[in-house]
Design a protein around this ligand. Sequence first.
Ligand SMILES: Nc1ncnc2c1ncn2[C@@H]1O[C@H](COP(=O)(O)OP(=O)(O)OP(=O)(O)O)[C@@H](O)[C@H]1O
Length: 251
Amino acid sequence: MIGLDKAGVRRGPRWIFSDVSFRLETGRILAVLGPNGRGKTTLIKALAGLVPLSAGRRIAPPVIGYVSQSIGADIPYRALDVVVMGRALGLGLFGAPGATDYRAAHAALELVGARDFAERPFDRLSGGERQIVLLARALATGSPALVLDEPASALDLANQDRLLRVLKDVKRQGRHAILFSTHLPQHALSVSDEALLMLSASEHAIGPTTTALNEGDLTRLYGLAVRRVTLDLDGSAPIDTVVPLFAGAAP
Ligand SMILES: Nc1ncnc2c1ncn2[C@@H]1O[C@H](COP(=O)(O)OP(=O)(O)OP(=O)(O)O)[C@@H](O)[C@H]1O
């Protein structure tokens, strides 16, 4: 389980966010949504223990599988070695990774569908490929909590789909609580059980994704008209999605 209890972060006189409370159980996915600069990264870093809380309390396991918004430094290691770094906290100060750690790294790469990246130099992967490898590194930690800051931001449509399928697969295993931030409400609707909308520094809407992502709150969140649409593509299960009315939605 991972969560926050009446939590807030202040930078100087300004509260970036305040009074955020939620508990995310193992086997569940929570999506965090908000416009640029609203505080998603700050909240995620606070949850990962990288930014101190100015108020409230964090509920988290000792190790967290964290993927930052940046796509990683230009390190000339193999992707496999970057994934093995996720095992570092279990190795002690002078420990070197062993067969078990490499097995865990290979399994994580396999899970994200990136087995072929193992031997490739990390600094020669594209931004999207790096995001996939960094997700594998978070999984390799073995932590029951995954905290992902815009994990799809550099991914093309097919790789966004791959990432969402990976999140669903990991959820199905029932061993992780997964929190991710996104600018795409469609991503939240397709995989997350719960959604947190950062409406202002002090006002948050949290609840089951299908109710939290209502047209009124999404329109208010982004200051842009947004419609919820149900697509009945082939008469089987209808798909619920979100359509932002960009530029008035007409040429
Ligand atoms: N180290 C810092 N010191 C002071 N202010 C900061 C610091 N880091 C971030 N901020 C401010 O906190 C606010 C929230 O930033 P944050 O990166 O959390 O937003 P975000 O919702 O993740 O934005 P984006 O969608 O653009 O990534 C911004 O106004 C930012 O300028």
